[in-house]
Structures are given as C-alpha cells and as structure tokens.
Design a binder for this molecule. Structure first.
Ligand code: MCF
Ligand code: ZN
Length: 330
C-alpha cells in the first residue's frame, strides 16, 4: 500500500483554507470580484507571513456568500481529501463567515453543507463532522454569537467548538463564556494554541477554557514540565507540520518537534490545516514525515489510532472507522 492509499483521519482542517485557489478564482469571476492581489502568477495563494496569511484567507473567503457556495466547497474539499486516503475529517466552520452568526442563516448554511457531506460519504466513503470555530482576532463578543450558533446546532454532526486566528490577540480566558456555553451544549472542545504563542498559551487553553485537544500545541516542547503534563493527561495535539514549516515556525521538516513530542509520550495526530495555502496534502505530510523521521506504516497506524480516539464523533461512527483502519497493514 502506498502512503497515498493508507487510510487517514484528519482532525484539523479549516473549511475555506482547504479551498483550491482555482475554486476561489472561479467564484470571484462569477461574482465579478477582483481578487488578483491574493494570487501569485502561478495561481497559488500569495502571503508573506502569518498575519498576512490571515488577511489573504479572509479575502478568499469573501467570495463565499451563500449556502450553495459552501455546499460546493464541501464537495470540492471532500473529493480532494478522499483522493489522499482520508476516511474521516473534522472541518472548522465559522458562523462569522456563514451567515454573519445569525442563527437562522447559520442553519441554512449547515443544512447545505451536511447534504453535500452526505453525498460525498455515499460517493467516496469519506465521513465529515463540523467543529464550530470562533476567530480570536474578531474578539470575545463575536465569539459569543458563534458559540450561540454552535449550541443551537450541537449534535451528531456539529460535534465540537474551537478557536483559531491570531494567537497574539487577547487571552484565551476572555473567551471562557463561549467555551462554557459550548461545553454545556455537549460540544467537545479544542483551541489553537502553542503555535505563535509559547507554552504559556497551551497552559491557558487547558486551564482557562478547559479544552481537551490542542490545535498545533507544538511549542509545548519549549517547556518539558508541560510536555509531561500533556503526556500524562493524554491531551492530543492536532499537529500540522507542513503549515508550521511554510509559515516559518520551523526552518525545515527535520527541525519540527513532532517526533520529540511523540518520544516524550505526547499523543500527536497529523493534519494539513489549510492545504493549498501550504502546498500540502495528507499524502505530502506523510511523505515528508517518512523522509524527515523515518516513519513507516506502524508509525502512521499509531497516528491514525490517536486521531480515532480523539475524534469528536459518536461511538458508532468510531466503530465503523475502526473497521476501515483494520485494512491498514501493520
Ligand atoms: O491554523 C492556521 C494558523 N493559525 C491560526 N489560525 C488559522 C489557521 N488557518 C486558519 N485559521 C483561522 C483564520 O483566522 O481560522 C479561521 C481563519 O479566518 C477560519 S475557521 C473556519
Ligand atoms: Zn488551524
């Protein structure tokens, strides 16, 4: 079995960030919006650094304006993921971008996305779940509106609540009201931390908003007492190595701390984050990890099991996915 064919589970994928540039360019053309400044000549997304990436992301998202646009996006993303062996994907979805956090509009967007996901599951066998995500640099008030949307639609399909965006802005504790509401609605919790913020940011995620998974979290490696805590408490990291390398957190793949974290007993998983932005796919992540750290099938199987255990879906779905992982050769 090739690395591309290995069954994979992805826990950290931003819905608009997975949009192929040609898809966004096509929508821009249909809607007569000039987005030329966010693309390079070769057609890929153009950004200088993390903060610029966030603004290019938002510009690309500006052409997604209706439930049908998001349904098309879900179809395109799931087709691409399935082609790389992904059998399960959790996508971050923001009510800020899907109806401006109006609950009734949000329901229409969700309905369209869920229908598209069901079609993709029937066609390619890929299972999708949604994690409602608030955006840190939009501030705590907007996050509350997102959390209300999340709480209203929590269930088998919307299974989690999280936060992404500029880690340099505000403190995670400012968002505690939203995370409390989401938790009370039965949602599972994750937060981007330990990417642009150091170990203290990971501690905030655990202590101030009580998440069970951390998006990125890789800078925990700078504090070995924290690494020990993550290992002991079984906190799972949604590691996105290709994203970290392209955004300049680490100069090259073999300097990435994923292997060191693993060796110290931390449960890691592997995701692409915003794949076309970072010129990656799940296959490419696996190929680079195999090259940089000598990972083989047994290592990738361990990663998939970590992801399955940490997935925010129900037990029946997990059992079905576990069956499909059994085809995975040791
Ligand atoms: O993980 C990467 C980099 N770190 C932080 N945030 C994001 C990443 N990709 C997208 N995001 C944020 C961004 O603010 O998530 C939001 C974007 O607007 C979308 S969530 C559906
Ligand atoms: Zn992310």
């Amino acid at each position: 079995m090739t690395l591309r064919e290995l069954p994979k589970l992805e826990l950290h994928l931003h819905i608009e960030g997975a949009a192929p540039p040609a898809f966004i360019r096509g929508l821009a053309q249909e809607k007569s919006v000039d987005l030329s400044k966010i693309f390079k000549e070769d057609g890929s997304y153009d950004f200088r650094d993390f903060v610029h990436f966030l603004s290019v992301y938002e510009a690309a998202t500006s052409v997604l304006k209706s439930p049908e646009d998001y349904a098309r996006l879900v179809r395109a993303n799931l087709e691409e993921s399935a082609a790389h062996g992904v059998i399960y994907t959790e996508m971050f979805i923001s009510p800020d971008f899907c109806g401006g956090s109006d609950v009734e509009a949000w329901r229409d967007y969700l309905h369209a996305m869920q229908e598209a996901a069901a079609e993709a599951e029937a066609k390619d066998g890929i299972v999708m779940r949604g994690i409602v995500t608030c955006i840190r640099h939009f501030g705590p008030e907007k996050a509350k509106a997102s959390a209300l949307c999340a709480a209203e639609t929590a269930g088998d399909w919307i299974t989690g609540f999280g936060i992404g965006g500029d880690e340099g802005k505000g403190a995670l504790g400012d968002f505690a009201w939203s995370f409390d509401l989401a938790r009370e609605a039965g949602l599972r919790l994750t937060a981007h931390a330990g990417e642009w913020g150091g170990p203290a940011s990971v501690r905030q995620a655990l202590d101030d908003i009580g998440v069970e998974r951390i998006g990125h979290g890789v800078r925990a490696i700078e504090d070995l007492a924290l690494v020990e805590r993550l290992a002991e408490d079984g906190v799972v990291l949604e590691v996105c190595p290709g994203s970290n390398v392209v955004l300049g957190l680490y100069p090259k793949w073999d300097r990435h701390p994923i292997q060191a974290l693993r060796e110290r007993g931390v449960k890691v998983t592997v995701s692409t984050d915003d794949p076309p932005f970072f010129h990656t796919t799940m296959t490419r992540e696996y190929e680079e990890l195999a090259r940089a750290f000598g990972w083989g099938t047994a290592d990738f199987l361990e990663i998939s099991r970590n992801a399955l255990d940490a997935a925010f879906c129900d037990a029946d779905t997990k059992a079905r996915l576990a069956d499909r992982l059994k085809d995975h050769p040791e």
